[in-house]
Ligand binder design. Sequence first.
Ligand code: HEC
Length: 221
Amino acid sequence: MIQWAAGRMEFAMITNLQTVLRCATVLATLSTVATACGDDASSDDAPDGGCPAVDAGCPAVDAGCPAGCPAPAGDLQTPPQGTPAAIDAWIAAGSYKGAGWKCEAAPHPARSPSPHGVNLICNNTKLSGTAAPADYPFGAASVKELYAADNTTIIGYATGLKLQNGASTGDKWYWYEKLSGSVVYNGKGTAANSDVCSGCHAGAGSDAAHPGRDFVYTQVP
Ligand code: HEC
């Protein structure tokens, strides 16, 4: 029951934060270019590792780009995009602790402004290997183990997968979180960062209280 309560608390925090975040996001996007699906064939995605037609209809992955872009089914370096069952199975297989991944040494309390509770973060090669200040490339991914307050029991997971090169908007990320058996989010973020995950992760690197960059707060060294 304690685990359940902790999980619900995080979920409630996230829900409450949505309103605040949306307001902040609207203000932020007023001064930036709000990139909508399908209207930016050339602007934001030009350096997409050679992948053509990046935003054609906003597919989950780059259409017509068989190699290099994150495949929906995932691989050892890449969380899948799809059903919670598929993502859970990939997590359960432990790929995110395998070759090429870098993980924090131990679970730690949430770092402000994180709502994630005690957690441990792992980065794949593309994420951990991208030196600042470069934006992360398509295929960069993090997996976060979410712990109960006992610092030992895993009560959920969150993942973030970058779908395209270049500076981020929420729709360049695929987010997944399942906590205490409930799916909190599963899908691409929104271009306006109006979804709960992008709304906060857009703040990474915005000031001293929001470390990181390009929608990623923690790069595991
Ligand atoms: C209010 C801010 C906030 C919200 C909302 C939020 N996060 Fe985070 N997230 C953080 C912070 C801060 C960190 C890093 C420190 C920590 O978690 O202790 C983080 C870390 C992560 C990481 C590890 C990579 C990184 O950026 O450090 C993933 C993956 C992640 N969050 C996924 C999600 C998903 C999926 C959602 C939506 C269901 C979400 N987050 C919602 C603030 C937030």
